[in-house]
Design a protein around this ligand. Structure first.
Ligand SMILES: NC(=O)C1=CN([C@@H]2O[C@H](COP(=O)(O)OP(=O)(O)OC[C@H]3O[C@@H](n4cnc5c(N)ncnc54)[C@H](O)[C@@H]3O)[C@@H](O)[C@H]2O)[C@H](O)CC1
Ligand SMILES: [K+]
Length: 513
C-alpha cells in the first residue's frame, strides 16, 4: 500500500472529480458514508450520545455528512462547529445546510471556551476539526478545545487524521493534537502515523477506500510504501523439490568478540532458520567451542586472535555475508573490515560495530560493495548520517545517504523503515517486546539468509524485516512482551513463514468444503 503526501491527496481528489465526472461534494458524501457505515456497523442504533466537532474545511464537511446520516438513522447526535474563521469551504457550507434538512437539532456554533459542551465519559467524540489541510498549529481557544476533548474519558474517533497533526511533516505543538483512540484515514495512511514522534498519537487506525482515481494512485511515486502481509506474500520464493543444500547458498556470519560471542550464535541460527543452505560463522578463537556447541549445524572458522577479529581468512566463497555484530571497533578489526569490503563480491549486511567502525572511518564508505545493506539502530544511524531535528528530517537524511553511497539502509525501530535511492518501505510487523538485546543480530542473520538464497538485496531487506517482526509477534502468543528474548524470535521464524500463507490455506479449505 502506498503512502501519499497531503499535496498528492489533494491532487488525487482534484483528478478524481475531473476524470470521473463527479463533484467534490460527491466525494465528501462517499467519505462521510464510509465513516457512517463503520460507526453504524458497530453501534447498531445504540443511543450513546455522539458529539461531532467540526472545523470549517472539508474535514469539518465530512463530519457534517456523518452527523446528518446519524440523525437520519435516529442516533443521539450533537454537532458543534468550531467557528474559528468565516473562510468556510464550499462543501462544508452545502453540508451545513443539508443537516438542517434532517433535524431541528441544528449544529451549535462555537466561538470561544464558553461554548464547550459537557461530555460524559461514556459518550463518543468524533473529531472532524482539521484534516490534511492543517497549515499551522491550532492556537487560542481552538487549542483549548483540543485539550478539552483530550481531557474527557470519552472514546475519540478522528476522521482522516487526528486534528492538529500533519500528514507529512513534524508536529509544531504536541499539546494541540487530538489524542484519538482510533483514526479512520481516507484512501491511504499518512506518513506521520508510522514515525515515533507522531505515530504515538495514532495508536490504531484503519484505511477506508473512497475511490480516488486508481490511475493516479498507481502511477504516482509515493512518499513511502507499506509492507504488510499482501506485499510479503509476493516476496516469498517457493523452495524447489529437487533442491539440495547448495541451492540455497552458503552464508558467512562474521561476528563476536570476547564476551559477545552470543551475537554470532544468534545471527548464525537466524540465517539457518531463514533458509540458508549452509552457514559458516567466523569468530575470534575464544568463540569456537561456543559456536560448535550452540549451533552444531554451523561450520566455524576462527581468527588467529583469541578475543577479537583481526584478519578474515576464508576457505570458501560465501553467497552472502552478515558482518559486525559484537565485533568491537579496535584498529585491527577496522583493518580486517577494510580488506573484506575491498575484496569481497558477495552481497553484504553490515551491522552494529561494523557500522560504528564506518562512522569512525568514513573512508570505508567508499569501499562498500554496491547495494550493501546497512542496519543501524537510531544511535548508529545518527553517527552515520549526522543528527536530525525531527523524524521527517531523519528520513530525508537517510534517503540522501543511501543514494549518495548506493547502499540500502534499514532504520530499525517500532516501524522499521528501509531506504533505497529515493524510496522508503515501512514495515508493519513487530511489537514492543522486541526491544530486547540481540534482536538486531537476529535480523542481520535473517537478511543474509535470504540474500544467500538469491533474494535481491531490496527484497531481502524488506522481507526479512517483515518476517523478523512477524516472528516476534508469533512469539508473543505464548510469551507476552516482557519475556520475549532474541532467541525466541529465532525460534519463531518458522511460524512466521507458515503464517504468511495461513489465511490463504484457510480460505482454500473453505472453498473446497
Ligand atoms: N482526497 C481526499 O483525501 C479527500 C479528503 N476529504 C477531506 O478533506 C480534508 C482536507 O480538507 P481541507 O479543506 O483541505 O482542510 P481541513 O479540513 O483540514 O481544514 C483546513 C481549514 O482550516 C484552516 N486552517 C488550517 N490550519 C489551521 C489552524 N491551525 N487554525 C485555524 N485554521 C486553520 C485552513 O486554512 C482551511 O481553511 C481531508 O482531511 C478529508 O477529511 C474529502 O472530504 C474527500 C476527499
Ligand atoms: K480530524
Amino acid at each position: 500500500m502506498k503512502i501519499f503526501s497531503a499535496a498528492q491527496l489533494h491532487e488525487a481528489d482534484k483528478i478524481t472529480t475531473q476524470k470521473h465526472n463527479i463533484t467534490q461534494l460527491d466525494l465528501m458524501e462517499r467519505a462521510g458514508t464510509q465513516i457512517f457505515n463503520w460507526l453504524h456497523g458497530r453501534m447498531q442504533g445504540a443511543q450513546v450520545p455522539v458529539h461531532i466537532f467540526c472545523g470549517i474545511g472539508n474535514n469539518g464537511g465530512d463530519g457534517l455528512v456523518v452527523g446528518r446520516m446519524l440523525h437520519e438513522h435516529g442516533y443521539n447526535v450533537k454537532i458543534y462547529i468550531a467557528n474559528f474563521t468565516d473562510k468556510r469551504s464550499k462543501c462544508f457550507l452545502v453540508n451545513y445546510d443539508r443537516v438542517k434538512d434532517v433535524t431541528k437539532n441544528w449544529p451549535t456554533l462555537m466561538t470561544s471556551e464558553e461554548d464547550f459542551p459537557e461530555i460524559s465519559p461514556e459518550d463518543i467524540i468524533i473529531d472532524a476539526l482539521f484534516g490534511i489541510g492543517l497549515n499551522r498549529p491550532p492556537e487560542g481557544w481552538v487549542k483549548k478545545l483540543i485539550q478539552y476533548i483530550n481531557s474527557t474519558k470519552s472514546f475519540k474517533l478522528s476522521i482522516d487524521i487526528p486534528s492538529g497533526m500533519y500528514a507529512d511533516k513534524a508536529l509544531d505543538d504536541p499539546e494541540a493534537v487530538v489524542r484519538a483512540n482510533h483514526t479512520l484515514a481516507f484512501q491511504a495512511p499518512k506518513l506521520s502515523f508510522f514515525l515515533p514522534e507522531t505515530g504515538k498519537f495514532v495508536p490504531y487506525f484503519e484505511v477506508l477506500e473512497i475511490g480516488l482515481d486508481p490511475e493516479y494512485l498507481h502511477t504516482t511515486e509515493p512518499l513511502a510504501q507499506i509492507i504488510a502481509k499482501p506485499e510479503a506474500q509476493q516476496f516469498y520464493k517457493q523452495r524447489e523439490k529437487y533442491a539440495h543444500k547448495g541451492t540455497y547458498g552458503h552464508t558467512l556470519v562474521i561476528a563476536g568478540s570476547y564476551g559477545k560471542i552470543g551475537a554470532a550464535v544468534l545471527s548464525a541460527k537466524a540465517s539457518y532458520k531463514t533458509g540458508s543452505g549452509l552457514v559458516t560463522a567466523f569468530v575470534p578463537e575464544c568463540g569456537y567451542t561456543v559456536l560448535q556447541t550452540a549451533v552444531p549445524e554451523a561450520m566455524t572458522l576462527t581468527d588467529k586472535e583469541d578475543d577479537l577479529i583481526t584478519e578474515i581468512k576464508l576457505d570458501f566463497e560465501p553467497s552472502a555475508i552478515a558482518v559486525g555484530m559484537g565485533i568491537g571497533t579496535k584498529a585491527e578489526t577496522v583493518r580486517a573490515l577494510e580488506k573484506l569490503f575491498t575484496t569481497t563480491k558477495s552481497p553484504m549486511v553490515i551491522d552494529a560495530d561494523a557500522l560504528n567502525c564506518i562512522s569512525e572511518n568514513k573512508s570505508l564508505l567508499e569501499k562498500l560493495p554496491e547495494l550493501s545493506i546497512l542496519t543501524p539502530h537510531p544511535g548508529e544511524l545518527k553517527r552515520l548520517v549526522g543528527d536530525w531535528k525531527d523524524d521527517f528530517e531523519k528520513l530525508e537524511k537517510t534517503k540522501a545517504f543511501a543514494k549518495q553511497h548506493n547502499v540500502i539502509i534499514i532504520v530499525k525501530g517500532a516501524n522499521t523503515i528501509v531506504a533505497i535511492e529515493n524510496r522508503l518501505y515501512i514495515n508493519t510487523t513487530g511489537n514492543p517486546g522486541m526491544a530486547t538485546g540481540g534482536s538486531g543480530d537476529v535480523l542481520s542473520g535473517m537478511i543474509a539468509g535470504l540474500l544467500s538464497q538469491g533474494y535481491d538485496p531490496l527484497i531481502a531487506s524488506v522481507f526479512a524485516a517483515y518476517l523478523h517482526g512477524s516472528a516476534g509477534n508469533q512469539a508473543t502468543h505464548t510469551l507476552g512482551f516482557e519475556a520475549l528474548t532474541a532467541s525466541d524470535i529465532v525460534e519463531h521464524i518458522g511460524a512466521a513463514f507458515l503464517e504468511l500463507f495461513a489465511m490463504k490455506q484457510e480460505e482454500d479449505k473453505n472453498k473446497n468444503a
